[in-house]
Design a protein around this ligand. Structure first.
Ligand code: AMP
Ligand code: GLY
Length: 430
């Protein structure tokens, strides 16, 4: 079968790496891809929201399955677009339609969904420019810190955690009346702050049945000790110690199963991944958000832990027969350390020549922001440049491999966090 992956990041390189291992995959394409995917698949110069271009390519190359990496094409209706093309209705698309994509595309929708189906989550109220005055009064009445969330997609930047009432008021005003995040903040959720440890849980569902993938912990801030600005993710590990059987049973009962029931009751015909960002608050899981895709860099630790054939799993999802699927997982621990460009998540330079990739022997170097220049050299082409994934018998071994690779690769002005996974190496006190 010919398969097309949509996207250009580390997640898509990891997907390509896993998919091309499947005997079911004949030709693999990535649109637009990066210098890493170019080595194992064919890159296609199409942007991820060029639905017409994608449809033409799918017809010409006889693509039978499209695996969508990022959320944007799904929120913009890629599946809906294909469902209206008579010649292409048989193409399997891994990713929900526009309605299902609202789980990520609108935080107001997903909050109402969670509340309607009894899924534990932080209390929240939604405000618009018309109810700004109400919103400001409401802020005074709630406890600090206060979480403000832009309703729509804001490239991972739409959540503000405000330590004072003053700051919360200024931000709410700017979000609603000055469109701080453009259209995304025409509605804003004011949310209660949850204190706890975060966990990323992944399932793949055919709308009725689901398979749980390995869980992961993501390191979001730019600075060591979780300080500084939020990023797309600076590293990840899987498995996560506290996500034991007992805790995961609660996640299944209280979060995943009601989510699937909700999809059915809302008549959302969901085919694809769901990534639930949750908080462990004193041993109880609370849903923070849904994403309609795999995480990045979580995919770079989740996929290498999957032993089963991913294409077979994707086919079973697309053909709505997931009830028969069992996932085999490797016992090993995976870690990934994201090496970024100097300045990220602020402004950064691109086009720096990347050296020593050939000296990386033990890690999987999943490319994110890379490209190939005219002289066939691999250069930086984004903020998050490359994710170094190690697999080991335990976390310590996996991290050694990730850090060895991060220390080996070189370009002018690189940076990575040296504390990824280190919090989980410390045995908690009894
Ligand atoms: P989101 O874009 O919803 O994933 O939010 C980004 C990050 O903000 C999350 O990964 C959390 O670290 C943090 N966050 C979001 N909502 C809350 C909350 N209610 N309480 C505490 N932290 C939160
Ligand atoms: N690493 C978090 C995300 O992919 O949204």
């Amino acid at each position: 079968m010919n398969i097309l992956i949509i996207g250009a990041g580390g997640r898509e390189h990891a997907l390509a790496w896993k998919i091309q291992q499947s005997p079911l995959c004949t030709n693999l394409f990535v649109a637009p891809g990066n210098a890493g995917t170019e080595k194992i698949a064919k890159n296609v110069p199409l942007i991820v929201t060029d639905f017409e271009g994608i449809a033409k390519f799918v017809t010409n190359e006889d693509i039978e399955m499209i695996v969508v990496g990022p959320e944007e094409p799904l929120v913009k209706g890629l599946r809906d677009f294909f469902s209206e093309l008579p010649n292409l209705t048989k193409v399997h698309i891994i990713g929900p339609d526009h309605k299902g994509a609202l789980l990520e595309g609108s935080k107001d929708f997903s909050k109402r969904f969670m509340l309607k189906y009894g899924i534990p989550t932080a209390n929240a109220k939604t405000f618009t420019i018309d109810s700004l005055q109400h919103g400001l009064e409401y802020l005074d009445a709630i406890q600090l810190p206060i979480v403000l969330k832009a309703d729509g997609l804001a490239a991972g930047k739409g959540v503000l955690i405000c330590p004072t009432h003053e700051e919360a008021k200024t931000n709410l005003r700017q979000m609603l009346s000055e469109k701080m995040f453009g259209e995304a903040s025409h509605k804003v959720l004011v949310e209660e702050f949850l204190e706890g440890i975060e966990l990323s849980v992944f399932i793949i569902t055919d709308g009725k049945n689901y398979v749980t993938l390995p869980e992961a912990k993501d390191y979001k801030r730019i600075g060591e000790g979780e300080t500084g600005l939020n990023t797309g993710g600076m590293g990840a590990v899987s498995p996560v110690g506290f996500a034991d059987k007992h805790f995961m049973n609660k996640v299944h009962q209280k979060i995943i199963e009601p989510t699937i029931r909700g999809l059915q009751q809302e008549q959302i015909d969901y085919i694809g991944f769901i990534f639930i960002g949750l908080m462990n608050v004193d041993g109880e899981p609370y849903a923070i958000e849904y994403n309609i895709r795999l995480g990045d860099p979580e995919a770079q630790v989740v996929l290498p832990r999957i032993k089963s054939d991913l294409v077979e799993l994707l086919m079973a999802t697309a053909e709505r027969r997931l009830q028969n699927e069992k996932l085999e997982i490797f016992d090993q621990t995976a870690s990934t350390v994201v090496v970024v460009a100097e300045g990220y998540p602020g402004t950064y330079k691109t086009g720096k020549i990347i050296n020593n990739l050939d000296k990386i022997t033990r890690a999987n170097a999943f490319h994110a922001g890379t490209a190939t220049n005219k002289n066939n050299q691999i250069i930086t082409n984004g903020g998050r440049v490359i994710a170094m994934t190690g697999l080991g018998e335990n976390l310590k071994e996996a991290l050694e491999i990730s850090f060895e690779a991060a220390d080996t690769v070189h370009w002018d002005g690189l940076y990575f966090r040296r504390d990824i996974g280190k919090d989980l190496l410390v045995t908690p006190p009894l």
